[in-house]
Design a protein around this ligand. Structure first.
Ligand SMILES: [Zn+2]
Length: 173
């Protein structure tokens, strides 16, 4: 019996071949560079990057995926402090991994275990996320902040700072 080959299989095989061929020849564009070209229209390497991308199917595919996820301002964002497990200085400033948000936690001078938590939306994502309701959870899924983004940010008082477990998740409704 003949094996049926559909268009998806054929495309996949072609992609694999392209990847294998290109993998040895070319230096592909690092994901970080692809990303910065996407979010910075005036990036100095933009032309070189796009010139590679339009000729290289693996990079083109990655570029399209990234563009799609930026466009829909995907609902999940995870933030891990760089020095995991260690005590960060106050105020704590923790960017989410995809650069969409900055979480900032300030401690009150008079009441040391309480303070204010702020979520800021970084510039390229502001118009997409403006007016949405966001929630910030910590590693135990405690809700640290819930509110509406106004003018690119939202703040709320917070207590029991010492019990916050790093590994923040930002959820956009
Ligand atoms: Zn490439």
């Amino acid at each position: 019996m003949k094996r049926r080959v559909n268009l998806g299989d054929a495309l996949e095989a072609w992609m694999e071949m392209q990847t294998a061929e290109r993998g040895e020849l070319a230096d592909h564009i690092a994901p970080e560079l692809l990303y910065s070209v996407l979010i910075e229209p005036r990036h100095e390497q933009r032309e070189d990057v796009l010139d590679h991308v339009i000729r290289c199917s693996p990079c083109l595919r990655e570029f399209k995926d990234m563009a799609a996820s930026i466009e829909e301002a995907a609902a999940w964002d995870v933030a891990l402090p760089k020095a995991a497990g260690s005590e960060l200085a106050w105020p704590k400033k923790i960017p989410t991994n995809d650069g969409k948000y900055l979480i900032e936690i300030r401690r009150s001078l008079s009441k040391e275990d309480s303070g204010v938590i702020t979520l800021r939306v970084e510039e390229p994502f502001r118009s997409a996320i403006e007016g949405k309701t966001v929630r910030v959870f910590d590693g135990t899924r405690r809700v640290l902040l819930r509110g509406q983004i106004v003018d690119g940010e939202v703040s709320q008082p917070i207590d029991a700072l010492s019990t916050i477990v790093s590994e923040f998740v930002v959820l956009t409704d």
